[in-house]
Design a protein. Structure first.
Length: 158
């Protein structure tokens, strides 16, 4: 009998962005910028417990409600999402996406994005694996897009 294979509980991505922390903070938290690198549209009530919605039009469209978890300008922004349809995201039924920002070098920012709590989502290993694979691929595309967009926004946001 083979041992059970468990799905990793988190996805992590790290990137060095050629823009200062205050600019990357705005790009990560302001809806008009989020819509340039992440989703097609974004709405966020930027306070702990605030609601938000990310709308993705590709692949048939998807609306992702979220709940803001942490807002510590300009270093930490976190939200919960991927709760079962019709439920508010909370610990135990959703994943937590955390953006951590730190200045590095001369005007650059080290950005870390971690999506955790996959094992706590409803469903079994097969669903967790599919979620992990889908979101891992997504963050692999989205984080570099953020890294490309933030420096172009820097001139307008300073």
């Amino acid at each position: 009998m083979e041992p059970a294979v468990s799905t990793p509980d988190q996805i992590a991505r790290d990137i060095l962005i050629d823009a200062p922390v205050d600019v990357v903070w705005r790009v990560v938290t302001e809806p008009e910028h989020i819509a340039r690198w992440f989703s097609d549209t974004a709405e966020i009530d930027l306070r702990p417990g605030g609601d938000g919605v990310l709308t993705f039009r590709q692949n048939g469209g998807h609306v992702a409600p979220l709940v803001v978890d942490t807002v510590r300008p300009p270093t930490t922004f976190a939200f919960r999402w991927s709760a079962p349809e019709g439920e508010t995201a909370h610990e135990g039924n959703s994943t937590l996406v955390t953006f951590s920002l730190a200045p590095e070098g001369d005007g650059a920012t080290r950005l870390s994005v971690v999506e955790s709590g996959i094992a706590a989502l409803p469903g079994g290993d097969e669903r967790h694996r599919a979620f992990f694979d889908d979101h891992s691929q997504g963050w692999g595309t989205i984080v570099p897009r953020l890294g490309e967009y933030a420096p172009t926004a820097a001139g307008a946001l300073r």
